[in-house]
Design a protein. Structure first.
Length: 305
């Protein structure tokens, strides 16, 4: 069973008995690999000004989250960015542990002399593999293969330990992940630049593609009106972070009345270059019109290269 295991060893030789450790107990974390307790929770591969380490340096970092109900000592666990070298860097002997539902930052800066949470490798801003590996050096506890990154925008799980990943223009190193554009009422007023659940959020609404080709871009929006008269709204796809780069033929129109919740959808085949952005835009800026996170989605599927 998972949990903290305490142990000691006794050796018998020539009628004498030795105990290790001499007093107390050693310990290690037993991890349930079918429901891993440790997660790669958030990463930042291009940290220009978001957060500095103990030496005041803005280095690459990622966050580990402990989803279990017990502390996990990190001594002996490995971290790697190479699938063919799972033991690239190991947490050194120390009393460092991660408490239940807590987060810890690991600095990927090739500068191990700066502390016990500084690795011997950096993260690649163009995307790569990252994994936490069990002390046996073989079992991958959690991993992520991430795509092209942008300066000071982190990539993390929408919910701590959850399955869905998203971009965060307000990173949360060492704290609970949340899409800050979604407020406590679970909607986003138009006029903001971030979007809802299912759409990666940056300086504008965007989804980075890592391969050029023809993509089927589809979206579903659940819209709520909370005041004023009925309103006609146009939604459309646009490239390059700007509503002026309209994707012709992607327009969808909706008429929504006060107190009404409606759902609309659209789909379009779009030619995209590598790492080109595309987002959903609107022709309105009204605090009384919201897109609900629940019931809205944005999907991109490659059709051909």
């Amino acid at each position: 069973m998972p949990g903290l295991v305490e142990w000691y060893a006794i050796a018998f030789s020539n009628g004498e008995t030795d105990r290790y450790p001499v007093s107390g107990f050693g310990s290690y974390a037993a991890v349930n690999m079918f429901n891993p307790s440790l997660f790669v929770n958030e990463i930042m591969a291009i940290n220009d000004s978001t957060i500095s380490d103990e030496s005041g340096e803005f280095d690459d970092w990622f966050e580990i989250y402990n989803a279990e109900e017990y502390p996990v000592p990190l001594e002996g666990f490995y971290v790697t960015d190479k699938k063919d070298n799972l033991t690239k860097w190991q947490f050194p002997a120390s009393d460092i542990e991660i408490l239940p539902s807590e987060h810890i930052i690991v600095w990927c800066d090739e500068d191990e002399e700066q502390g016990i949470a500084h690795t011997n490798f950096k993260l690649s801003g163009s995307g790569e593999f990252l994994a936490i590996v069990a002390p046996d050096g073989v079992t991958i506890v959690d991993s992520i293969s991430f795509q092209q990154q942008q300066p000071d925008i982190s990539y993390g799980r929408t919910a701590d330990g959850g399955e869905e990943w998203n971009f965060f223009d307000s990173p949360t190193p060492g704290a609970t992940n949340q899409l800050l554009s979604i407020d406590q009422y679970n909607y986003i007023p138009f006029g903001t630049t971030d979007f809802q659940h299912g759409i990666t959020a940056g300086s504008n609404n965007f989804q980075i593609q890592n391969q050029p080709g023809i993509y089927r871009v589809s979206f579903k929006l659940t819209i709520q009106k909370t005041g004023g008269n009925s309103q006609n709204i146009k939604f459309f796809l646009a490239k390059g972070y700007s509503s002026t780069n309209l994707v012709a033929g992607s327009e969808v129109y909706a008429n929504v009345s006060n107190g009404e919740i409606i759902t609309i959808s659209g789909e379009k085949l779009v030619q995209l270059n590598a790492y080109e952005s595309i987002g959903i835009f609107s022709d309105t800026s009204s605090s009384s019109v919201q897109v609900l996170a629940s019931g809205s989605s944005f999907n991109i599927e490659m059709i051909s290269q």
